[in-house]
Design a binder for this molecule. Structure first.
Ligand code: CP3
Length: 359
């Protein structure tokens, strides 16, 4: 995929931030690092806000979403902030009844079961129901240090469809995958609705002030390459082709060791790598037209700092200073992760990556 064009009118410090340079595969003095779920329950400041506000309310109150986003970025000293929101928010205006049940994760009370249900879904013709997200993006952009990039995001159509069909989390995604195999026509119709809505939603986040977009295809690793190619890749290709070409995009998934080339071909300036692949092998498979993001096992953060340090050095050695590496975990920060270990990780990435470059 072509790198995002170089004519975006961003302030100099922001345009030349390590994170945006890495997204464009330009050399940097330091490897940029941020963490998926960097604002979350492992952090006392987040728990304090959540003590008085439900998760959905927190997402829907732009001032609070801003506080949580900016506080996490500040405490950790990361090289990018990510909008505080959830991939499932887009399902509400499409007609789904979404709840985050205490201790259970997300529940969709009216999952779709048939082609008729797809026909009854609403379209996202009007972005107004998600206005709170764009307002949060505007407030966060205004509150962040001017040279700290802001990541907007959305769920990928396969991962969203898993929730919309299963009605919540799932181990095997048997309802969603069986539907895909049984009724490709209805499946494709659903995917098209999700792609149209997601592209508009992401581009509106850019309009509101996001510098980079991440697409979360968290559960796509459940698919064989054969089924990914037939039932998902064309829709991902269409989604990436609809995104604002001025803005780099990160194409994320987990369990994707056998899908990486197919994901790269679908689109994205940067491809997410989980910890089940070796970064150097994966990147040489992907070639030099994309960057990579990852790939520390989130559970490593429960180990002693000496082990975190050793594994971080190993990953940075595998990346070997090649332009276009964004350090991250292979998936989100887990709930009981010690905050001091997270901060130690960020410091090690910064120090060791500079040392390696002789800085
Ligand atoms: O990364 C960030 O800091 C930004 C915020 C963010 C959240 N969810 C906040 C959140 C992002 C980018 C997401 C994406 C998301 N949401 C994904 C894709 C990433 C991934 O983890 O694979 C998925 C699959 C979801 C759906 C979702 N939201 C689940 C399965 C859950 C429950 C699991 C859990 O950890 O509780 C959520 C809830 C959620 N989203 C929380 C947060 C901070 C915890 C809610 C709480 O405060 O109780």
């Amino acid at each position: 995929s072509a790198p995002a064009s170089t004519d975006q009118p961003l302030p100099d410090g922001l345009w030349n931030s390590p994170f945006l340079k890495a997204c464009r595969r330009e050399p940097t003095d330091v490897t940029p690092v941020w963490l998926m779920r960097q604002a979350g329950r492992y952090m006392a400041e987040y728990r304090a806000v959540r003590a008085t506000t439900s998760f959905l309310e927190l997402c829907k109150q732009p001032e609070l979403a801003t506080e949580v986003t900016v506080t996490a970025a500040e405490i950790l000293g990361v090289d990018a902030a990510i909008l505080f929101a959830d991939i499932l928010l887009i399902l509400e205006p499409l007609g789904f009844d979404l709840e985050f049940a205490k201790g259970e994760g997300p529940v969709i009370h009216n999952p779709i079961q048939s082609a008729d249900d797809v026909d009854r879904l609403r379209r996202l013709d009007d972005l107004e129901p998600l206005g709170f997200v764009f307002e949060a993006v505007r407030l966060i952009r205004a509150a962040l240090p001017p040279s700290l990039p802001l990541i907007g995001f959305a769920g990928a159509p396969f991962t969203l469809a898993c929730y919309a069909i299963e009605g919540g989390g799932s181990r095997h995604y048997e309802k969603a995958k069986a539907w895909m195999l049984r009724d490709p026509g209805a499946w494709n119709a659903l995917m098209e609705i999700l792609v149209d809505a997601t592209a508009r939603y992401l581009n509106a986040q850019v309009e509101a002030g996001a510098q980079v977009l991440q697409v979360f295809d968290s559960w796509v690793g459940a698919l064989s390459p054969h089924d990914y190619r037939r039932f998902v890749q064309p829709h991902m290709t269409r989604l990436f082709s609809m995104l604002d070409p001025r803005v780099p995009s990160i194409h994320f998934g987990t369990g994707t060791g056998s899908l990486l080339e197919l994901q790269r071909d679908a689109g994205g300036s940067v491809i997410g790598l989980d910890w089940r692949v070796e970064l150097d092998e994966a990147w040489s498979r992907l070639g030099d037209q994309v960057g990579v993001q990852g790939n520390l096992d989130p559970v490593t953060l429960f180990a002693p700092i000496s082990e975190i340090t050793a594994q971080t050095h190993r990953i940075l050695d595998q990346a070997d200073g090649r332009p276009g590496h964004i350090f991250n975990l292979g998936h989100g920060v887990l709930q009981h992760t010690p905050v001091d270990h997270v901060r130690a990780l960020i410091d090690v990435v910064h120090e060791y990556s500079q040392t390696r470059r002789g800085g």
